[in-house]
Design a protein around this ligand. Sequence first.
Ligand SMILES: Nc1ncnc2c1ncn2[C@@H]1O[C@H](COP(=O)(O)OP(=O)(O)O)[C@@H](O)[C@H]1O
Ligand SMILES: CC(C)(COP(=O)(O)O)[C@@H](O)C(=O)NCCC(=O)O
Length: 306
Amino acid sequence: MYNQMNYYKIPREEWREFYQDHISPLSAEELSRIKSVNDRISLQDVQDVYVPLVHLLGLYLRSRQDLLNKQADFLGIRAHKVPFILGIAGSVAVGKSTIARLLQTMLSGIYPDKKVQLITTDGFLFPNKELKRRHLMKRKGFPESYDMRRLLLFTNDVKNGLLAKAPVYSHKVYDIIPGKFEVVDNPDILIVEGINVLQLPSNQQLYVSDFFDFSIYVDAQESLIKKWYLERFGMLLDTAFQDPTNYYYPYAIGDRASAFRMAKRVWRSINLPNLHEYIVPTRNRADLIVHKTKNHLVNELFLRKY
Ligand SMILES: Nc1ncnc2c1ncn2[C@@H]1O[C@H](COP(=O)(O)OP(=O)(O)O)[C@@H](O)[C@H]1O
Ligand SMILES: CC(C)(COP(=O)(O)O)[C@@H](O)C(=O)NCCC(=O)O
């Protein structure tokens, strides 16, 4: 399945033993902060999978800073802070943003003196108006629907310690919110989450992933991802019916079965082909592949060797 040669395959039972001696149990306050990210998240998974993961990230963080300090010594310049960028890739609805929020919460808890920010690459989709002009409304999420150049410049600014503004996409409005930005101001750690973060656009010399210090690909069986997509769609409908401005309002007040038929069509004609053609091919670029099974439980991890 994966390019096994270059990965350590680690079953959950083994992974959960890693680093445990160094880890103190999560406090009640930390657990409730974690629940606030997604109240369905399994706390057993948090303890067994994500706590060791956060400690692994700590190792990469420290060794990267160490190398930067030595490089500065070599160059005879003063070492300065460079944000550590963590990329999170995977299919639509596989759970990237949930993991990203969880890691942000946990990293902030473990390193209270560090500023941990999170952005999602949805914000770099072209606005609907531009997508319509380019006849790309049925290609949302495909590489050509993103302003990748802008994302690259944004990441470059972040790495150079400059204040950078990420546009904001709303699933509720199904469009970019004009004039709304996520301001990223010299964080210690920036998490960049999106289906496209490990892609290599053909017309660029540099890739967003060149700025990453660590990357994670979230993986699962296609049939499960489809199920999670449809469940999330159901939840969107449940909130949309109270709000006539919501993009999903007409579906929410209409016939539920036909709304789900529409969602299945979108999955089949947009998100699934995108997964096959452009997302899965990036999997072997990740430093870590987190594989989930039923109920989002992680069963296996693949850590890149070299
Ligand atoms: N670990 C988890 N436990 C329970 N539900 C989850 C978990 N991760 C994601 N989900 C649910 O799965 C759906 C997709 O997750 P989301 O984070 O929105 O995916 P993505 O950002 O990849 O599109 C959402 O309904 C979310 O609540
Ligand atoms: C905006 C997205 C590409 C982003 O993906 P996500 O953050 O949900 O992983 C996706 O949610 C999307 O809108 N896809 C287009 C078809 C659809 O699902 O409506």
